[in-house]
Design a protein around this ligand. Structure first.
Ligand SMILES: C[C@](O)(C(=O)O)[C@H](CC(=O)O)C(=O)O
Ligand SMILES: [Mg+2]
Length: 297
């Protein structure tokens, strides 16, 4: 009701404990707070807030146009509505290393559980596109140090994402990841690895929790959770999946309404009013006002 009754500090501690267990945590991307509630209701382990989704939601390409304030505000709205940990895509940290520190503090204040900071240049692009460029190791390490020293809650998860694989190859990406771990990164997101062998090599080389990005229409193979768990990965994200599904359904629905003049044929593909009301917990508001849900559906 209203918001999650689990504090941000408790979510951060819980995520650390889950990561220490060695289990694979599945975190679909929530395109809004309601989707985060659905992710929780379906039994997932965490909620991912994708930069690609956040920018697409605003009708923008994923090229670093959104600001730290926008991302923190939206991530906070999402985090508030779920008891699950929320991992946020903080892109390049939104500026110089000192901006990265401020970004992390804004995300902490928004109640999110952790974030990842990547080593691309600005303007950044989707990690699965060609033509990426990365900053030098010294600058990237400064970003991670700034994130680590900027956080006030030591349990806030600072994850380093490296986009170096596509630019300089796998050994260079592994070297970068090691440098970021030395700089204090709690976890690593190796972006756009080319298949299970590369995921395996990364796992063998890095001691901290690793994230696998199962985004569609990208460079990598879509591996099952079982396979990723056996490869020793700790978090899997499906960052844009729900948005793609929802937009696919919206497109088909609009076509049908335009072509037939009614949505009547689509009802069995819709979330029913009663399921929506359950998800937003109408009955929970009885505590305020007994008349809140005195209706039959
Ligand atoms: C994970 C990612 O950073 C995101 O913003 O969700 C994207 C996903 C995508 O564009 O498919 C990425 O760069 O991989
Ligand atoms: Mg992104």
């Amino acid at each position: 009701m209203l918001y999650s009754d689990v504090t941000p500090a408790a979510k951060r501690r819980a995520l650390r404990e889950r990561l220490a267990s060695g289990d694979l945590l599945q975190m679909p991307g929530a395109f809004n707070p309601l989707a985060a509630r659905l992710i929780e209701a379906k039994g997932f382990d965490g909620v991912y807030v994708s930069g690609a989704v956040l920018s697409a939601d605003l009708g923008l390409p994923d090229i670093g146009l959104t600001t730290a304030t926008e991302v923190a505000a939206r991530a906070g709205q999402i985090a508030r509505m779920t008891t699950l940990p929320t991992l946020v895509d903080a892109d390049t940290g939104f500026g110089e290393p000192m901006n990265v520190a401020r970004t992390v503090q804004a995300l902490e204040d928004a109640g999110v559980t952790g974030c990842h900071i990547e080593d691309q240049v600005n303007p950044k692009r989707c990690g699965h596109l060609d033509g990426k460029q990365v900053v030098g190791e010294a600058t990237a390490v400064q970003r991670i140090r700034a994130a680590v020293t900027g956080r006030r809650d030591p349990d806030f998860l600072v994850m380093a994402r490296t986009d170096v694989r596509a630019v300089e190859g796998l050994p260079a990406a592994i070297d970068r990841a090691k440098a970021y771990v030395d700089a204090g990164a709690d976890a690593v997101f190796p972006e756009a690895l080319l298949g299970p062998h590369e995921l395996e090599a990364f796992r063998a080389a890095i001691d901290v929790p690793l994230l696998a990005n199962m985004t569609e229409f990208g460079k990598g193979e879509l591996l099952t959770a079982k396979r990723l768990a056996s490869l020793g990965y700790n978090i899997v994200i499906y960052p844009v999946t729900l948005l793609r599904l929802a937009m696919g359904a919206a497109e088909a629905g609009l076509d049908e309404i335009r072509d037939t003049g009614t949505q009547a044929g689509l009802l069995d593909r819709m979330q029913h009013r009663s399921d929506l009301y359950t998800l937003v917990d109408y009955s929970g508001y009885r505590a305020f006002d007994a008349g809140i849900d005195d209706f039959q559906l």
